[in-house]
Design a protein around this ligand. Sequence first.
Ligand SMILES: Nc1ncnc2c1ncn2[C@@H]1O[C@H](COP(=O)(O)OP(=O)(O)OP(=O)(O)O)[C@@H](O)[C@H]1O
Ligand SMILES: [Mg+2]
Length: 274
Amino acid sequence: MRLNFLSKENKKKEVEEVVKLVNSKKVKPKKIEKKQKKPIKQNVKNRRVELSRRIKSGIPGLDELMGGGFLPHSVVLVTGKTGSSKTIVSAQFLYKGIIDHGENGVYITTEQRADDIADDMLTSFGWDFHKLMDEKKLSIIEIDPGNVRQLPYLVKQKIEEINAKRVVIDSTSMFSLFFDDVFETRRKLFSVYKILKDMDIVTLFTAEILEESKGLSRFGVIEFMVDGIISLQFIGIAAKFKRALMVRKMRRTDHSNKIYPFEITNKGIIVRKI
Ligand SMILES: Nc1ncnc2c1ncn2[C@@H]1O[C@H](COP(=O)(O)OP(=O)(O)OP(=O)(O)O)[C@@H](O)[C@H]1O
Ligand SMILES: [Mg+2]
């Protein structure tokens, strides 16, 4: 408006000043704002790429039920009653990870001796864990009351030592026997969980549920912590019990809510279509 009252000369000056002002530092914040927004957009893009990257479970028929596999950086609970195949699922996840994807693995066992696990897997499925351990592709750590307090440190050290991408803790239920109370057990599990979440790996926790229980784990807290839950079940059909599984939770994934039968074959577990 002010320009209307100015002479031609002054008008020109005024316009030049405005142009100068537009090109001056005063308008630069717009550019800075743009620059600041870019990384956010980039982050969203990276996150989408990250979500589309899925880690194969190694169990035929399972990945299709959970958007193509496990999410990177995730911790998944494999839960079920005794004899429901938690150890086989865990061992298959590690074995196939090494053989099919070149991803090394760490197996933390609170229940069985390392040699016994390796012998069982060789006898049942022909998976040579002894060889993989010799080749430094697989590490099996036995956890007992004597070394349980060093668990977070031990896990990190072993992962770094063999550059592992897959970890199993079988079983988290036994931790209650190592600590004085439930609070201490949860605290220790949480500190391990935090270490694992910060690394570029996928972890399976196994948890046993008691025969009469309707819960998903013994402490009733681990299920809220984890990114996913695979529930292994026995289902009575006529006079027989059949093995079945269900993806009970998988964050950021449109997963199947159905119960699928699975079989233990001489090549490991196979999830059947329904
Ligand atoms: N080669 C095989 N063929 C068929 N079934 C098998 C074979 N090997 C093991 N099993 C079955 O797998 C079951 C044990 O599976 P697994 O040890 O994984 O269970 P789990 O859930 O870890 O049990 P727990 O809670 O006691 O540790 C056994 O009941 C056995 O019948
Ligand atoms: Mg077991």
